[in-house]
Write a protein that binds this ligand. Structure first.
Ligand code: ADP
Ligand code: MG
Length: 256
C-alpha cells in the first residue's frame, strides 16, 4: 500500500524539490519502491533525477488534462527502485485549464489510484503556490511534509498553508494529516537559524523531524548533474542527512 506524501510550502526556494528528490532517492536506496511525481511546471525534480525534459512527448500534464494513464508516462531512473512521473513546462497550462474541468481538484487522486499499490511511497513535489495543482496534491495525498527554510520570515505563509490543509481535510480528504516539518538550509552557527528552529518547534511540536538539513554546497551542485545526492556524493553531509530523514519517514510509516 503506497503512502502518498505531498512536499508542500507555497513559498519558493525553501527546499521542496531538493527534499523530494533526495528523500525519494534515499527511500529507494533503503529498499522501498518509490514514485517521485513532479507537479511543478519547472520540472526540477524530473531533471534532478536525470530526466532530459526536452526529449519528453508526454508528462503529468497529459495525465491531469487528457487522462493519459499514469503508467504511460512513468520513467526509470539510475536508482532501480526509484521511478519518476515527470513534468515539463507544459504543465504550467494545467493550472488554468483545470479551472473549467469536471472534478478539477481530484484528477490526480484518480490517476494515482491505478498505481498506488505498486509503490511503498509516492512523493509529490508541489509548485510554489496554493493553486489547483497543489490542491490536487493535497486531495490525493495521505500526508503533507512541510520544508521550512531557516531564514527570516520562515513562518510567514505557514498559517495560510495550515488553513488550506484544514479546508481540504474538512471537505475533500478527511484523513489528510501533517507527516512532518523539516528544517532546511539550517546554519547552527547563526542565531537566526537557532531562533527559527525554536519558533518552528514551538509551533509544530513533535511534528518537527529530528533530522535537520544544513546548508550543504554538494546538495546545491547535484541537480546540475541530474543526480540525487547519494549518487553525486554519497559521502557528503547532504547524503547523510537525507538518509537519516528517510529512516525517520520509514519508522513513522511503520508505526501507523
Ligand atoms: P523549492 O523547490 O522549495 O523552490 P529548492 O529545493 O529548489 O526549493 O531549493 C532552492 C535552492 O536552494 C536550489 O538552488 C537548491 O539547490 C538550494 N538548496 C536547497 N536545499 C539546500 C541545502 N540544504 N543546502 C544548500 N543549498 C540548498
Ligand atoms: Mg521546487
Amino acid at each position: 500500500m503506497g503512502k502518498i506524501i505531498a512536499i508542500t510550502n507555497q513559498k519558493g526556494g525553501v527546499g521542496k524539490t531538493t527534499t523530494s528528490v533526495n528523500l525519494s532517492a534515499c527511500l529507494a536506496e533503503a529498499g522501498k519502491k518509490v514514485l517521485l511525481l513532479d507537479l511543478d511546471p519547472q520540472g526540477n525534480a524530473s531533471s534532478g533525477v536525470g530526466i532530459d525534459k526536452d526529449s519528453l512527448d508526454t508528462c503529468v500534464y497529459d495525465v491531469l488534462i487528457d487522462e493519459v494513464p499514469l503508467t504511460d508516462i512513468i520513467a526509470s531512473t539510475m536508482i532501480k527502485k526509484l521511478k519518476v512521473a515527470p513534468a515539463t513546462i507544459q504543465l504550467a497550462g494545467a493550472e488554468v485549464e483545470l479551472v473549467s474541468m469536471d472534478k478539477r481538484e481530484s484528477r490526480l487522486k484518480r490517476a494515482l489510484k491505478q498505481v498506488k499499490k505498486e509503490y511503498d511511497f509516492i512523493i509529490i513535489d508541489c509548485p510554489p503556490s496554493l493553486g489547483l495543482l497543489t490542491l490536487n496534491a493535497l486531495v490525493a495525498a495521505d500526508s503533507v511534509l512541510i520544508p521550512i527554510q531557516s531564514e527570516f520570515y520562515a513562518l510567514e505563509g505557514v498559517s495560510q498553508l495550515i488553513k488550506t490543509i484544514e479546508l481540504v481535510q474538512e471537505n475533500m480528504n478527511t484523513s489528510l494529516h501533517i507527516e512532518g516539518v523539516l528544517l532546511t538550509m539550517y546554519d547552527g552557527r547563526t542565531n537566526l537559524s537557532i531562533q527559527v528552529g525554536e519558533e518552528v518547534k514551538k509551533f509544530f511540536g513533535t511534528k518537527v523531524y529530528k533530522t535537520i538539513i544544513p546548508r550543504n554546497v554538494r546538495l546545491s551542485e547535484a541537480p546540475s548533474y541530474g543526480e540525487p545526492i547519494i549518487i553525486y556524493d554519497p559521502r557528503s553531509k547532504g547524503a547523510a542527512v537525507y538518509t537519516s530523514l528517510a529512516k525517520e519517514v520509514i519508522k513513522y510509516a511503520k508505526k501507523q
